[in-house]
Design a protein around this ligand. Structure first.
Ligand code: NAD
Length: 526
């Protein structure tokens, strides 16, 4: 066997067995970093959990290393950047913990509904307080699931076994996925108001930070429970404490905290909380599955088949890289623009490469880059050039790529069209004078440098509307730096792009939308 795999942290035996027919497997679960530096040059792959640190130094000391595999989800102990620079794949097993976390979620829900944790400490303290621990049944109750990814979907399946009615809030899932899982998709406010139990399964992003705070607790049913096995910081813990201590809600189950461990948290004083130390993913089955998944991924690579869970990007050959590099900045801006203007689940993304660019090789890299920009802000798993197409496919997004010789008078042009449940967005961009520019938005001709904060409004083309939008912005002390207007016909619908010096808050957008003859407004930050 010419391939050698180093197993640097203890993983499940089944993962090791998977590899034995294809490679020489060297388990060394206590290897030190100094030893690793000496031996790494002999290995084609290394498997770690969280003990071993695969640093830049280790990566640079390697010679034929092709894969760094993390038998688990997070890759904090691997220098992914250094690996990418050396063309070494970093793979993980993101799906290995989904069932485990879903089961823990159900565990917290049951612990809350039947007061198991507090009843347990009461019995252990010698008491027999049968009357104190009256619980509630889950049967017939409404479960609200925020985030319907890998873990959220597993929770939904399990909640059905408990006879719960399930509603879901996830603006990014397709109708097809929702109907396959047989769930009702609602908006966040409806979910909050109607849930007897609310459970969170979204990544922590700027959009989900403090997603559940005072106003949301005020909307919740008095008897509702909330559970968070996702990430600390999605729930505002001070507001949660207030809601729990004033009986605004019935209870909370938390596996994750803003600061871990939550040493001085006031939540520790309360009876109506059940807390676990970030162990939702800790089961032997999850560890076994992680080991088997990464072993199979390594086998695929050794056999020349593309693995599924690569989290870094491949190195392009220099010639292709130089040809397409100028378009990276344009693609990044178009992707960011699209995801900030799309409403609801994305169903379709069509990319057309026009002019000279249509003759270049490796368009798929640019398309993947758009998918990366569009999907990364909404998913927990890192989306990169290697897995972007698979992730889009798994989410039911239809991606098409086209080529057109005509580039409307430009040397090259990229057109991206995105269809979501509630709107279609189309953007055309060029790269000129070393700068990306957006030249068309939804069929309206513009010439915009995609940089900074913009307010995009659609309105009826008639005197006074531009002024009323400008006045509204001025009222809130927001300075306009530049203005661009596009229209198809006199008196029809027009689009205005205002470059502004400050972020336009959501309440100002709402006020603009209410102005007469304004059809839509959205703020975009590029
Ligand atoms: P995933 O990427 O498969 O799914 C995330 C889902 O959230 C996606 O469907 C996405 O569309 C949705 N989403 C994104 N932004 C949203 C928003 N603003 N509102 C509503 N929905 C939104 O992720 P996953 O593997 O299911 O993981 C979910 C969470 O669980 C993550 O935060 C992850 O870090 C956490 N997690 C915790 C543990 C633990 O030990 N407690 C273990 C594994 C994962």
């Amino acid at each position: 066997m010419d391939k050698k795999v180093l197993i640097a942290d203890q993983i499940n035996e089944k993962g090791i067995d998977e590899l034995k027919d294809i490679a020489e497997v060297v388990p060394n679960f206590t290897i030190s970093n100094e030893e690793l530096l000496k031996v790494i040059k002999d290995f084609d792959a290394i498997i770690v959990r969280s003990r071993t640190k695969v640093t830049r130094e280790v990566i640079e000391a390697s010679d034929k290393l092709k894969i760094i595999a993390r038998a688990g989800v997070g890759v904090d102990n691997v220098d992914v950047q250094a690996a990418t620079e050396r063309g070494i794949m970093v793979i993980n097993a993101p799906e290995s913990t989904s069932i485990t976390v879903a089961e823990h979620t159900m565990g917290l829900i049951l612990a809350l509904s039947r007061k198991i944790a507090i009843a347990d400490s009461s019995v252990k303290s010698g008491k027999w307080e049968k009357g104190r621990f009256m619980g509630i049944e889950l049967n017939g109750k409404t479960l609200g699931v925020i985030g319907m990814g890998r873990i959220g979907s597993q929770v939904v399946t399990r909640s059905k076994a408990f006879g719960m009615d399930t509603i879901v809030y996830d603006p990014y899932i397709t109708k097809k996925t929702a109907s396959e899982l047989g769930v009702t998709v609602v908006d966040l406010e409806t979910l909050i108001k109607e849930s007897d139990v609310m459970t969170i399964h979204v990544p922590l992003t700027p959009e989900t930070k403090y997603l559940i705070s005072k106003p949301q607790f005020e909307m919740m049913k008095e008897n509702a429970f909330i559970v968070n096995c996702a990430r600390g910081g999605i729930i505002n813990e001070d507001d949660l404490y207030d809601a729990l201590s004033t009986d605004e809600i019935r209870g909370a189950g938390l596996d994750v905290f803003e600061n871990e461990p939550p040493k001085n948290s006031k939540l520790l004083e309360l009876d109506n909380v059940v807390l676990t130390p970030h162990i939702a993913a800790s089961t032997s089955e999850a560890q076994r599955d992680a080991a088997i998944i990464v072993a199979n991924e390594i086998k695929k690579v050794f056999k020349g088949i593309s693995p599924k869970n690569v989290i870094n990007m491949p190195v392009l050959d220099p010639e292709t890289f130089n040809l397409i590099k100028p378009y990276f900045a344009l693609i990044e801006k178009i992707g960011k623009f699209m995801i900030q203007t799309a409403k609801g689940n994305i169903n379709e993304i069509d990319v057309t490469y026009c002019g000279e660019l249509s003759e270049f090789p490796k368009h798929d890299i640019l398309t993947r880059m758009i998918l990366q920009e569009v999907l990364n802000p909404i998913l927990n798993e890192p989306v990169n050039l290697v897995n972007a197409t698979t992730v889009a496919e798994n989410r039911g997004i239809i991606v098409t790529e086209g080529k057109r010789y005509d580039a409307k008078g430009y040397k090259s042009l990229i057109k991206v069209e995105m269809k979501s449940d509630y709107n279609d967005v189309s953007v055309e961009g060029i790269f000129t004078h070393q700068q990306p520019r957006i030249v068309m938005i939804n069929g309206y001709k513009v010439d915009v440098e995609p940089e900074g904060t913009m307010l995009i409004s659609k309105y009826k083309d008639k005197p006074g509307i531009i002024g009323s939008i400008g006045t509204k912005i001025g009222e809130h002390n927001i300075n306009i730096a530049k203005m661009q207007v596009g229209r198809k016909e006199l008196g029809g619908e027009a689009v205005m792009v205002l470059k502004v010096d400050q972020i336009v808050p959501e309440f100002v957008i709402l006020e603009i939308k209410k102005l007469e003859d304004v059809h839509d407004a959205v703020a975009v930050n590029l």
